[in-house]
Write a protein that binds this ligand. Structure first.
Ligand code: DX5
Ligand code: ZN
Length: 214
């Protein structure tokens, strides 16, 4: 049960009380926290930036799992790494091709940070197979990125076995979007070992909600 990593998304948290929210998540058993960075360009929404990550780093030892939903991720890797991210995940759709993705992955790793790549619902898993042995984490979006509280897209979950079958030992296969106590089981039975959940956790008792995802 505990080899599944739950990463609560603070997109659904109370932004006026993030320190308190992180403490509550930790007390509820979370080890990671998922930070959704949006630029109003790659996705139609604007959320968290570097200064917030920097402030969160000062008040928590939770693993900061930073999900960049931004164009030109290479321009911001250094800032998010120096702000204290432990993992930086960027979108394959925000880079030109595999070799560009490899450059961004190397850049992330050059700061001693774990590197992740994410794919949107319309991107086939076959497109990113050459990256699986180069990243620490592969994030499968099960909603169109941009907003919390959307419905889980079941057909996206069918990408998980394709990734799992080609993944090297130790790859973290993460799912993000519409994860709740029911859809979490679909994802883990298909091979996911990390679940991001935002609205489901923050709308419920944090501890009970986290426990119900396993
Ligand atoms: C969506 C974000 C998600 C979001 C998930 O673009 O990447 O991390 O917070 O929210 P829920 O769990 O409510 O679908
Ligand atoms: Zn996310």
């Amino acid at each position: 049960m505990n080899d599944i990593i739950i990463s609560p998304s603070i997109l659904s948290a109370d932004f006026a009380n993030l320190e308190m929210e992180l403490k509550a998540l930790k007390q509820a058993g979370a080890k990671w926290v998922h930070i959704d960075v949006m630029d109003g360009h790659f996705v139609p929404n604007i959320t968290i930036g570097v200064p917030v990550v920097n402030s969160l780093r000062k008040v928590t030892d939770l693993v900061l799992d930073t999900h960049l939903m931004i164009d030109n991720p290479e321009k911001y890797v250094e800032a998010f790494a120096k702000a204290g991210s432990d993992i930086i995940t960027f979108h394959f759709e925000a880079v030109r091709n595999i070799s560009h993705a490899v450059e961004v992955i190397s850049l992330i790793k050059s700061f001693g940070v774990k590197a992740g790549v994410s794919i949107k619902p319309k991107t086939a898993p076959e497109e990113i197979l050459p990256l699986l042995d180069k990243v620490d984490l592969l994030l499968v979006m099960t909603v169109e990125p941009g907003f919390g509280g959307q419905e889980f897209m079941h057909d996206c979950a069918m990408k998980i076995p394709v990734i799992k079958d080609n993944a090297p030992e130790g790859l973290i296969i993460q799912v993000d979007g519409g994860v709740n106590n029911l859809t979490s089981k679909i994802c883990t039975s298909l091979g996911a070992n990390s679940l991001v959940a935002g609205s489901y956790i923050f709308k419920n008792d944090y501890k009970k909600a986290i426990e119900s995802l396993y």
